[in-house]
Design a protein around this ligand. Structure first.
Ligand SMILES: [Fe+2]
Ligand SMILES: [Fe+2]
Length: 217
């Protein structure tokens, strides 16, 4: 793959990103969640293979975007990994139950706010305001569309997937109808990100865990 300079990728994604929005440690409580904390909660509340693969996909994409923006990939990854924590057991209380579980586990409010904001306008009134939250909001549904697009390819591999293949599927309304295109577009608009660049970087992020998420062919 052609190596593109990080600066160019940031410009391509959208110049309205404000990296200085990165929440600093002053807003955190004493508790700093680790990936192990997130994974053990994820596996405690989820048995569905597809939901767990979705969690790994979103984690990888969040880490990938954090690395492009040169901010904390561990924090972004943990938030991605655990964002749908309650969905399998409490689909009707999605996000609400996650807040309750994480508050009981004494997770810091900035983590909880970020996680709950991914359901903004669907199952949560919490608006994504931080850039980390807006990226999560944007790429969550997109990982679903990309996964579906890979699984109908003869190769069943994401490794050589191109943006134009995803765009073709994007335009077929009945294809992966659960992947809400309007939410993805709204997320791009909120973040000032270019849709094609977001699709490309989401593919790149998912490629880093292709075997784990069952998309290595
Ligand atoms: Fe969700
Ligand atoms: Fe999700």
């Amino acid at each position: 793959m052609e190596e593109i300079a990080k600066e160019d990728r940031i410009i391509e994604l959208g110049s309205s990103f404000f990296i200085e929005q990165e929440i600093n440690s002053s807003q955190q409580t004493d508790m700093k969640p680790t990936r192990e904390d997130a994974l053990s909660l994820l596996l405690k509340y989820n048995q569905s293979e597809s939901l767990i693969k979705h969690a790994y996909s979103v984690e990888a994409v969040m880490r990938h975007f954090a690395m492009i923006y040169q901010v904390d990939p561990d924090k972004w990854g943990i938030i991605g990994l655990i964002h749908d924590l309650d969905y399998e057991k409490y689909p009707d209380q999605h996000c609400t139950m996650t807040r309750r579980i994480l508050e009981e586990a004494q997770w810091p409010e900035d983590y909880i706010h970020a996680i709950v904001s991914h359901g903004w306008g669907i199952c949560s009134d919490t608006e994504p305001v931080h850039i980390m939250e807006r990226v999560l909001f944007t790429i969550d549904e997109l990982t679903g569309l990309i996964t579906a697009a890979v699984l109908v390819r003869p190769s069943r591999s994401i490794l050589d997937l191109e943006v134009k293949s995803v765009k073709k599927k994007w335009n077929i309304k009945g294809f992966a109808a659960g992947a809400n295109r309007e939410v993805i577009e709204k997320g791009c608009a909120m973040s000032g990100m270019n849709l094609d660049a977001v699709i490309q970087e989401t593919i790149n992020g998912m490629k880093t865990v292709a075997a784990t998420i069952g998309l290595a062919g």
